[in-house]
Write a protein that binds this ligand. Structure first.
Ligand code: SAM
Ligand code: SF4
Length: 334
């Protein structure tokens, strides 16, 4: 198969695949999901074998980094079987990195095995260090359990990056404390602007905190220096002199980073989204199931990449009440 063949119409090489292995989750974060979410029937999901086949074709076509996400990837039954299967591509050198984004609730159980599969770093989402606020923002989560997951991951030698969604009136004042805590434990941290994805029960206009504003506030307390550090994702990093740590900013709204986009996303039903913020998608489940060979699948991927849009058009303001896309972040995965 043709290596590094996925070049989109804007000349961007697609080398990073994010796979949402389930739309289900043991949390109900208020900015991500409505409380009474309807999940996909199990029969619509790709099996673990199908997910492995799909990922393998993407790797053969030039993907070098693979991130499992969700929903909560660690609640998918037998997810470690898929991890172990995929780890063969690390061993062969075809894949540079295999990683995941998790809410941390199941990390205590899986950390050692993840490390054993060649996972070197994981992103853990955490928006507050206050147990009651944590319960409020996740609706169902228990902070202590996530803390034990982080301990276990570090004990297993995994590097952790803390992902924090910046929410006005919820954690903006706490972000310096979360950063000191993360850096004190030798973890990078990234702050993310809330994106208008899917209908949720809260008003996003009230929650939206532009990171330009957050950064200006941080600069009154800390010395932030832009650095060229990159992890393959869209974050732009600064070093923080006072803590000695790194802080990333993911700014889909205030600073569009689409020009350097190297990513596509597949959902657990085999739908390929060429952009997180656009509705256009390609069905990969049909070509996957129609034939045992991978030719049809490979062609469907090539065709889809020719449709990768230039970028997203997220807006959050009082006049734009509707989400940019109707699907929730838990469908496409972070
Ligand atoms: N359940 C895992 C977790 O929470 O890390 C993985 C999936 S979750 C959808 C991935 C990331 O997306 C999390 O860091 C979460 O905070 C973020 N996220 C969810 N909804 C979002 C939204 N509307 N805007 C910005 N980030 C969002
Ligand atoms: Fe679940 Fe992650 Fe969405 Fe929270 S952000 S509800 S943990 S998928």
């Amino acid at each position: 198969m043709n290596l590094s063949s996925m070049i989109d119409p804007f000349g961007r090489a697609i080398t990073y695949l994010r796979v949402s292995v389930t739309d289900r989750c043991d949390f109900r974060c208020v900015y991500c999901m409505a409380e009474d979410m309807h999940f996909l029937p199990k029969k619509d999901l790709l099996s673990l074998e199908e997910l492995d086949r799909l990922c393998t074709v993407f790797i053969e076509k030039g993907v070098r980094r693979l991130r499992l996400t969700g929903g909560e990837p660690l609640v998918r039954k037998n997810i470690m079987h898929l991890m172990r299967q995929l780890s063969r591509h690390l061993k062969s050198g075809a894949l540079e990195e295999l990683t995941l984004t998790t809410n941390g609730s199941q990390l205590e159980r899986f950390a050692a095995e993840l490390s054993d599969c060649g996972v070197k770093r994981v992103n853990v989402s955490l928006d507050t260090l206050d147990p009651e606020k944590f319960r409020a923002i996740t609706r169902w989560g228990v902070l202590d359990r996530v803390g034990r997951g982080i301990d276990a991951a570090q004990a297993a030698g995994l590097k952790i990056k803390i992902n924090t969604v910046a929410l006005r009136g919820f954690n903006e004042a706490e972000i310096p404390e979360i950063m000191r805590w993360a850096h004190g434990r030798n973890m990078d941290m990234t702050v993310i602007e809330t994106m208008p994805l899917g209908e949720v029960d809260v008003d996003r206009t009230d929650q939206y905190l532009p990171l330009s504003e957050l950064r200006a506030g941080l600069e009154r307390q800390f010395t932030l220096t832009d650095i060229p550090y990159k992890t393959g994702g869209p974050a732009r990093y600064v070093s923080v002199s006072e803590t000695g740590g790194r802080l990333g900013f993911i700014t889909p709204l205030t600073h569009n980073f689409c020009e350097s986009c190297n990513r596509v996303r597949v959902t657990c039903t085999g739908t390929l989204y060429m952009c997180l913020g656009q509705e256009d998608a390609a069905d990969l489940r049909t070509p996957l199931r129609t034939s045992e060979g991978n030719e049809l699948l490979s062609r469907a991927i090539d065709e889809a990449i020719t449709r990768k849009p230039k970028g997203h058009d997220f807006v959050i303001d009082r006049r734009t009440r509707r989400p940019a896309v109707s699907r929730h972040m838990s469908v496409t995965g972070g």
